[in-house]
Design a protein around this ligand. Structure first.
Ligand code: ADP
Length: 640
């Protein structure tokens, strides 16, 4: 069963603060208050002068993605301009917006003002009704990871690029994801191969080939494995071919293996390219949840997936690349002429040009980079084949609200073949209230325990296996257990996503204690069982074999044998990734129902299907978006 969720506490807080009694005269001065946003508390300072809001400042916050910045550049100026907290919340940053409005409301109350006077309706600007024509060589729909990767490649190939983005900010889900990036043979020299991992390689090599390409890849990896053993290597074995075989297997052999291999062969190049343009990788790969092998890389100079977006945007600006990003502009329809996609019809849905229609001509073609449909409840339940059509409104999602499958709908209208639409991934460890991945202490692949204090799954398994096992616990809830030494807390007291640890603890979703017994008591876990479970886990970490759940390895970041304090974070699965979508070939050209290329149409990232199969390997999504974004742009740039 998918658990039901409580309504957000923040709305209640907002309502409560607005209903408070007021005094007759306000005192000029500076007032501060805080409220909880998406990533933690937002501390706001409001200056009151002559019974009016003179200024609002954010003193401190943990919001990490670019969308949240719009609350500073748009929401706050609007509140001051209209002297009202009834201004529109920023779409995609609703929780941050509500937190700011709530904190401002609290400040008004502290100043003794009548809060209801600051709830005036805000005048809406008149809608524009004209149509504007824009011309580009390549039009990209969506400014997430795939779209911006494509934009940079296309612009560097000398093409004039227009990116249409319906949100008021660039970044998409890429900017709010964990940001991990699988690539074989990078940053793995610190990892020793275990017996469990040897068995995994041998199991994959023993498989009966299911296709010529499968046979070819098994042949290549067999040779690599022999050479590895002949040299008596002890460092982790890996290769792009092995990465491809593992990926294909974990999607139940349903993906298009040629696409999988294209992906795994190109991750290394993309990492190098990113490095050249300012992205700094951590020098030690690890194994993220559902990643199946320790080849997960992430940024040193950024928290979460926002680093990819910031790096692309900064590069486009610094190099003055011919890329125009039209924000708050929603693509609605592809324009087809003589069987070829030649442009896009779009409309401004926000900002000063709201209402204006656009015809955007694309000389070389259009690249769909619109992401998935994880936030489209209707679509996910219509297509779902894995979760019994129970992915309703109360099931949380890690996605931004903009992940509504628009690209899939537009492509379908021009005859694109949709593939594997029924396979939707639940992220095993999401925030039970918001679905976000960021509100936790410790890696997503630390040990999981239920209220009985017992483990129930091998946490290094596929994500679908984990999500199912987690949903089978009481109310679909479980705890991720970690220790302070391994919880990736930085010197500012923030976790790997930039969220303040004190906010996470204050939320009551995560618990901290010096001993496991105390932790169990605080979190409502069976203490004796938790102690026993951790004891067994520590024994496995010491020996390296014999895990009670069959984990092949205990990575350093999962160790619990170095003393407390310990953390337990309450989690539930949340809708994360839609594996199905538009069919493409290895050149990122969109394929129609008759198996033919649709001229002028390309697609990359989560909008596409058949790259992952039934289950997406953790940390293969950002590589998918960036690799195929790059390929789509190369193909489109070369198109006549
Ligand atoms: P990917 O990882 O595949 O790049 P993301 O979710 O990161 O996917 O990015 C997809 C982007 O596409 C988001 O920023 C989203 O707002 C944008 N988008 C989706 N539909 C449309 C549309 N109809 N018009 C313009 N932009 C869109």
């Amino acid at each position: 069963m998918i658990p039901k969720l409580a309504t957000l506490a923040v709305s209640a807080a907002l309502a409560a603060s607005m209903a408070a009694p007021v005094t007759a005269f306000a005192k000029d001065g500076v007032y501060t208050a805080s409220s909880v946003g998406r990533n933690g508390s937002i501390n706001v300072q409001v200056t009151i002068k002559n019974d009016a809001i003179a200024d609002i400042k954010i003193v401190d916050w943990s919001e990490t993605h670019p969308v949240a910045d719009l609350t500073k550049t748009k929401l706050i100026p609007d509140i001051i301009k209209y002297q009202s907290v009834e201004v529109d919340a920023i779409s995609g940053a609703t929780l941050s917006s509500f937190a700011i409005k709530d904190a401002v409301g609290q400040c008004l109350k502290k100043a003794g003002l009548d809060v209801t006077k600051f709830e005036k309706e805000v005048p809406q600007p008149a809608l524009l009704t004209d149509t504007k024509t824009l011309d580009a060589d390549i039009v990209i729909i969506g400014a997430g990871g795939a779209g911006l990767s494509a934009a940079v490649t296309a612009a560097e190939a000398g093409k004039k690029v227009i990116v249409l983005e319906k949100n008021g900010f660039a970044g998409g889900n890429t900017s709010v994801c964990g940001g991990c990036f699988n690539s074989a043979n990078v940053n793995q020299s610190h990892i020793k191969m275990t017996e469990g991992q040897r068995k995994i390689v041998e199991g994959i090599l023993a498989e009966k080939p299911k296709s010529d390409l499968h046979k070819e890849l098994i042949g290549k990896v067999s040779k690599q494995w022999k050479a590895y053993n002949d040299k008596k290597e002890t460092v982790l074995f890996d290769s792009p071919e092995f990465h491809a075989l593992q990926t294909w297997k974990s999607g139940d052999y349903k993906a298009d293996l040629a696409l999988v291999y294209t992906l795994t062969q190109n991750t290394g190049n993309v990492m190098k390219q990113l490095e050249k343009i300012g992205f700094v990788w951590r020098d030690k790969a690890t194994q993220f949840v559902g990643a199946l092998w320790p080849r997960s890389n992430r940024a040193q100079n950024f928290k979460s997936g926002v680093g990819y977006i910031d790096t692309f945007l900064a590069y486009i600006k610094d190099k003055k690349l011919p890329v125009t990003i039209e924000l708050s502009t929603k693509a609605n329809e592809l324009i087809v002429k003589d069987g070829r996609v030649v442009g896009v019809k779009a409309q401004a849905i926000g900002g000063d040009e709201k209402g204006r229609k656009y015809v955007v001509n694309a000389k070389n073609g259009v690249i769909l980079a619109t992401g998935g449909f994880g936030a489209n409840v209707e679509m996910r339940n219509a297509y779902d084949e894995l979760w019994g059509k129970k992915l309703g409104k109360t099931t949380p999602t890690t996605n931004l609200p903009s992940a509504t499958g628009d690209g899939i709908t537009m492509a379908k209208q021009v005859g694109a073949n949709l593939v594997q639409m029924g396979w939707i991934q639940l992220f095993p460890a999401g925030d039970p209230q918001t679905g976000a991945t960021s509100f936790k202490l410790g890696e997503n692949s630390c040990i999981y325990v239920n209220r009985d204090g017992k483990r129930y799954v091998n946490e290094s398994e596929r994500r679908d296996v984990l999500a199912k096992a987690n949903l089978a616990q009481k109310d679909g809830l479980f705890f991720v257990i970690s220790s302070a030494k391994r919880a990736l807390i930085d010197k500012d007291g923030r976790n790997a996503y930039g969220v303040k640890v004190e906010d996470i603890l204050a939320s009551g979703k995560s618990y901290k204690a010096d001993t496991l017994e105390e932790l169990a008591k605080k979190a409502g876990i069976n203490a004796a069982n938790l102690v026993e479970t951790v004891k067994k886990w520590n024994e496995f970490c010491k020996k390296g074999t014999g895990d009670e759940m069959g984990r092949p390895t205990c990575m350093d970041e999962h160790r619990l044998d170095e003393g407390g304090p310990y953390y337990a974070t309450l989690m539930t699965p949340s809708v994360h990734h839609t594996m199905g979508g538009v069919q493409i070939n290895t050149k990122a050209q969109v394929i129609n129902k008759a198996g033919k290329v649709i001229p002028g149409l390309y697609a990359a990232g989560e909008v596409t299907g058949a790259i992952h199969g039934t289950n997406r390997v953790g940390c293969n999504a950002v590589p998918d978006a960036l690799v195929f974004g790059h390929i789509a742009a190369e193909t489109a740039a070369a198109a006549k």
